[in-house]
Design a protein around this ligand. Structure first.
Ligand code: 13P
Ligand code: SF4
Length: 321
């Protein structure tokens, strides 16, 4: 059951309160690039999934890790740094990819393919990680796939789009789990092609969670951090950004002279089915951050036996550098 709080006093200066509590609690605040701008700005460390997993592992001085992201990210923080109190503003902040690949179904898939190496995208639960040989993120996925001994067949999940992109990049034989990101799969290749035609000087850059027909139009494909780096270093001036809207805030800060155009998506009829904002990431608010720091809740907890099994494939990934 989600926690129900009385409303937060609207007269509170939430920024000041969060700052006070962060110091009192010896908390480090980690935030993903898909968080709202205010949350990105107050974080101690901002990053993509890989950078934040490393920040969590290396948070030696903090007593508390407040993870402003989604559940699997906070869970990863607890797996790699179990002695810390790990809190998340909203325990219900999930992920369509993590939901689509529960551990029991992965186990059944593995049983049908006992000779395969299991590579799982970090967007999955601790229980699913525990069934994997190695984890990857969108930043290091190619390196992780190349680390699997040549000739060894691979089961890859939960993201079929990232998987298809990796097959093209590495030429490896991979069976793909049929999962997808509910945000990136709403992007429309027809609308992007029309936008490109109207803006021939703009480069289209995209996250590998996008569908193949969208990635085919891209001038550059990369993880959130790699897209940010590309906009900063590239000689061009205008970019159509094919990922979640949150990253545009930090892109504008780091590359103020570049023009950024949000990616056009399919118009869907159901609410929240056609936009470039992740409804899970956007569950986190300043009020919930304040309450989480005040009450040290909701916490990420897990059985030690599960944590150890989930840690192993994460450590194999982190050992690759
Ligand atoms: P990265 O943080 O690896 O770019 O992944 C994006 C994402 O969708 C996180 O949920
Ligand atoms: Fe999951 Fe997609 Fe949201 Fe990332 S953007 S948390 S992959 S649903």
């Amino acid at each position: 059951m989600p926690t129900v709080h009385p409303p937060v006093d609207p007269r509170l200066d939430l920024f000041a309160e969060i700052d006070r509590l962060r110091r009192e609690r010896k908390a480090v605040i980690l935030a993903h690039y898909y968080q709202d701008p205010d949350i990105q700005d107050l974080a101690d460390h901002l990053g993509d999934s890989l950078e934040l997993a490393k920040r969590a592992r290396d948070a030696k001085d903090a007593e508390v890790i407040l993870f402003c992201g989604v559940h699997f990210m906070a869970e990863t923080a607890k797996i790699v740094n179990p002695s810390k109190v790990v809190i998340i503003p909203d325990l219900e902040a999930g992920c369509s990819l993590a939901e689509q690949c529960p551990a029991d179904r992965l186990r059944a898939w593995k049983q049908k393919h006992p000779e395969h190496h299991v590579v799982m995208y970090i967007n999955c639960s601790a229980a699913t990680k525990a069934e994997s040989d190695i984890i990857c993120t969108s930043s290091n996925a190619e390196r992780v796939i190349r680390s699997v001994p040549a000739g060894k067949p691979i089961l890859f999940g939960p993201d079929k789009n990232l998987g298809a992109f990796l097959i093209k990049k590495t030429g490896r034989q991979m069976d793909l789990w049929p999962g997808a990101c509910m945000v990136h799969e709403t992007f429309s290749s027809q609308k992007i092609a029309a936008l490109k035609a109207r803006n021939p000087d703009a480069k289209f850059i995209a996250h590998p969670e996008c569908e193949e027909h969208v990635l085919q139009l891209a001038d550059f494909v990369g993880s959130t951090s790699k897209l940010l780096e590309f906009v900063q270093k590239d000689a061009g001036k205008r970019y159509i950004v094919g990922t979640e809207t949150g990253i545009l805030h930090t892109m504008k800060k780091h590359a103020p002279h570049k023009e950024l155009i949000e990616v056009p998506y399919e118009d869907r009829t159901a609410a929240c089915q056609g936009c470039n904002a992740c409804p899970h990431m956007k569950r986190n608010t300043l009020e919930k951050i304040y309450l989480a720091l005040r009450d040290l809740q909701p916490r990420i907890e897990m059985a030690e036996e599960l944590r150890k099994r989930a840690l192993l494939p994460l450590e194999r990934m982190l050992a690759l550098g």
